[in-house]
Design a protein around this ligand. Structure first.
Ligand SMILES: [Zn+2]
Length: 68
């Protein structure tokens, strides 16, 4: 089971959210970040920019490919 978690991008404007992918079975994101540091996604519409974490997307694609 995977889900999305967002954190504020520390390298960018504070309103920019970076989305990570986390597995329910592990304590870290697919790119190795601690889930505890992440904000739970708030469904408040678009308030600033959003983008996806490239390492998470790459790892997720590999997991999906391996699962086939
Ligand atoms: Zn990530």
């Amino acid at each position: 089971m995977y889900e999305m978690r967002a954190e504020q991008d520390p390298a960018s404007d504070e309103s920019v959210l970076v989305w990570h992918i986390v597995s329910k079975e592990t304590p870290t994101t697919l790119c190795g970040r601690a889930q505890l540091l992440l904000l739970v996604a708030a469904d408040e519409g678009d308030q600033g920019g959003q983008r996806f974490c490239p390492p998470c997307l790459t790892a997720f694609e590999q997991v999906m490919t391996a699962a086939r």
